[in-house]
Write a protein that binds this ligand. Structure first.
Ligand code: HEC
Ligand code: HEC
Length: 178
């Protein structure tokens, strides 16, 4: 359990080190259901950190990590983390039929309009390319069952129409897309 900041974590650098112990030093997370943060748009990071601090997005560890931080602290973290390299696509063999099914869903629901054609995100819209597949599944299921509160209604509107099987195909695709 990470309960509070270690006494030494009072500089931006020390805080970033503590964050990346979970989220991965090079921008890529190695831990199940912990998102990679490399190359996320700084504004998306800032909004989510603010929502964690205000407990609008409820995730115990993140609510505690942000509790004592000022707006300026959050901005410093967001700006620093956004500069980490983007996570590479998942390796291994790719199932072309699943990729094709996901591509059709993406066209239909215009995921690539908001998240950009290369899924790199912009402004308040997150990067999806190379994100951990398990985290993508978790995030999409939580929008669908309304357990994740979002900055706006975009994702609730989209998820309303998607089945769990389609969520699995979309996460498979986004983790591997090149
Ligand atoms: C003990 C592990 C741990 C530590 C330390 C930690 N995080 Fe997290 N963080 C998580 C988990 C788990 C989630 C995913 C929550 C969920 O499932 O929605 C998360 C989510 C996030 C998100 C949302 C990402 C997205 O794609 O929506 C951001 C941003 C974030 N953390 C930033 C930070 C920052 C900045 C710090 C340091 C101040 C930090 N984290 C420290 C575990 C951690
Ligand atoms: C109208 C714009 C829009 C469309 C269309 C859209 N998204 Fe999003 N998406 C967003 C925004 C904005 C967020 C951040 C919401 C929040 O604050 O949680 C987001 C968040 C996400 C997340 C969470 C990522 C993370 O790091 O936590 C995933 C996964 C995602 N979208 C996948 C998709 C998929 C798959 C589709 C198509 C089926 C899609 N989105 C369509 C705007 C959109």
């Amino acid at each position: 359990m990470v309960s509070a900041w270690p006494a030494s974590a009072d500089t931006l650098e020390a805080r970033v080190t503590a964050c990346l112990a979970c989220h991965g030093e090079n921008g890529q997370s190695a831990l199940p259901e912990v998102p990679s943060l490399g190359a996320q748009p700084a504004f998306y990071l800032l909004i989510q950190l603010f929502m964690f601090r205000e407990k609008m997005r409820v995730v115990d560890v993140m609510n505690r990590m942000t509790q004592e931080l000022s707006d300026n602290d959050l901005r410093g973290l967001a700006d620093t983390i956004a500069k980490l390299p983007s996570p590479p696509p998942a390796g291994g063999p790719v199932d072309p039929a699943r990729m094709e099914r996901a591509r059709a869903l993406i066209e239909q629901h215009r995921c690539n309009f908001c998240h950009k054609r290369d899924y790199s995100g912009e402004e308040s819209v997150p990067r999806l390319a190379g994100q951990r597949e398990d985290y993508l599944v978790k995030a999409l299921r939580e929008y669908k069952d309304n357990s994740r509160r979002a900055y706006d209604a975009s994702m609730a509107d989209v998820l309303y129409l998607l089945t769990d099987g389609q969520i699995l195909d979309l996460a498979y695709f986004l983790a591997r897309v090149r």
